[in-house]
Design a protein around this ligand. Structure first.
Ligand code: ADP
Ligand code: MG
Length: 166
């Protein structure tokens, strides 16, 4: 299954990601590809919002290789189960890493948990986790971005009957 959508602003890109987040089973891996400034981090911000996480927490990780964001426990929200990772988001940015450094991150173990894992610069991975959702963002000039979301048909919440993107 592949969906292509165009957005005209950062907010719109985040909105696409927010809707996608609602369809992601726990433990989903989202592989983000695209040039610097394409909007990968903006997309991760939207994923966070869709998981009930304060998206202002999401920035490009500089020194931390893997950033974990947990759902906020605001009014009306149940406290997340401690330590299980459910509902949380792991944000990985491979921009500054290469080869062995990437292997040492333990991405395999990360993607075995229940947290959603979003990986920027996923083109640097030599092997991609099975069943991952691929998000490619292309700059089409100005504020226009073309976002291609690809997943095996059974990776997104089954039975919703609604396409990931409209
Ligand atoms: P990346 O993580 O891919 O390097 P960022 O998300 O950090 O990119 O930055 C994207 C930049 O492009 C931001 O400055 C954002 O405001 C701008 N931008 C303009 N139009 C869009 C759009 N349609 N979608 C996402 N970002 C956009
Ligand atoms: Mg980024």
């Amino acid at each position: 299954m592949t969906e292509v959508v165009r957005t005209e602003s950062e907010e719109e890109t985040a909105g696409v990601a927010r809707r996608l987040a609602g369809q992601l089973p726990p433990g989903s891996v989202v592989l983000l590809t695209g040039d610097l400034g394409a909007g990968k981090t903006a997309f991760v911000r939207g994923l966070a919002a869709g998981l009930g996480i304060d998206s202002e927490e999401v920035s490009s990780p500089t020194f931390t290789l893997v950033q974990e964001y947990r759902p906020s426990t605001g009014a009306g929200r149940p406290a997340p189960a401690e330590g299980r990772g459910e509902g949380s988001l792991l944000h990985v940015d491979l921009y500054r890493l290469q080869g062995a450094e990437i292997d040492d991150l333990g991405l395999d173990e990360l993607s075995e948990g229940t947290a959603v894992v979003a990986i920027e610069w996923a083109e640097k991975l030599s092997v991609s986790p099975p069943g991952a959702i691929r998000v490619e963002i292309r700059d089409r000039g100005g504020d226009t971005r073309e976002i291609t979301i690809g997943a095996d048909s059974d990776q997104l919440a089954a039975g919703s009957g609604t396409p990931a993107i409209r």
